[in-house]
Design a binder for this molecule. Structure first.
Ligand code: SAH
Length: 221
């Protein structure tokens, strides 16, 4: 049994409330995703002083001016990837590692790239402590993707992009899905893009607000 879902875990009921009142109630229905969000200890991805509000319905600050996304947004983006269990996933913007944990629980392997090495190291420690062994960490400009390990079945950008970079679309496998917030520096649209041969099928998942991805195909500092 996951020790973080034991009956005496003080965060267990907060996590259950989060899933029922923020996630399921807003239309997320993938049973594997709901189960995983019920179990993963989001509070362990946050600094100690913020742990008691880890399951609240909003984003929270991380070191270096970054943020851990709102639980519902994490769920919405993950559901859009349609993970079945055998996928190779690229995550751009490791941040706290919370989204990484969800991806690694639902897919075969995750490559996660972060441009701030101290954040990557903290996330790696948290994820190792929880026993994940299918995550590969990279430090660098994720707006270029991670071409050495391409193609990916799924790519998820957890920071905003001014447009969809061709470089990332080119690293998607046939029928691969990319989910990313695209638009202005402070307000974006959450897009899900499926690659079908040389064409792409685009879905708009709604408005959102993400921190910017800083890099060659992202924003300048
Ligand atoms: N998924 C994260 C959210 C992190 S916020 C979580 O659940 O905690 C976005 C992250 O993208 C930040 O950590 C930021 O440092 C990182 N980032 C910004 N530009 C980047 C780039 N070009 N390549 C990789 N990571 C980047």
């Amino acid at each position: 049994m996951n020790p973080h879902n034991a009956k005496d875990d003080p965060f267990r009921s907060l996590r259950h409330n989060m899933v029922s009142s923020q996630i399921r109630s807003r239309g997320i229905s993938d049973p594997r995703l709901l189960q995983v969000m019920q179990c993963i200890p989001r509070h362990l991805f946050l600094p100690h002083r913020l742990q008691k509000i880890a399951y609240d319905d909003h984003a929270l600050p991380l070191d270096k001016g970054q943020t851990i996304s709102q639980p519902y947004i994490v769920a919405l983006m993950t559901e859009a990837l349609c993970l079945k269990g055998d996928e190779k996933v690229l995550e751009i913007g490791t941040g706290s590692g919370y989204q990484t944990a969800i991806l690694a629980s639902l897919a075969d392997s995750v490559f996660t790239i972060e441009c701030i090495s101290s954040l990557s190291q903290i996330a790696e420690k948290s994820l190792q402590a929880l026993g994940y062994s299918n995550i590969h960490f990279a430090i660098g400009d994720g707006t270029l993707g991670l071409p050495d390990k391409a193609p990916y079945n799924c790519i998820i950008a957890t920071g905003s992009l001014p447009q969809l970079p061709e470089t990332l679309l080119a690293q998607l496998d046939e029928n691969g899905i990319l989910v990313a917030p695209v638009g202005g520096r402070s307000l974006q649209k959450l897009l899900s893009v499926k690659r079908i041969g040389t064409k792409v099928e685009r879905h708009d998942l709604g408005g959102c607000q993400f921190v910017p991805l800083i890099g060659k195909n992202g924003w300048s500092r």
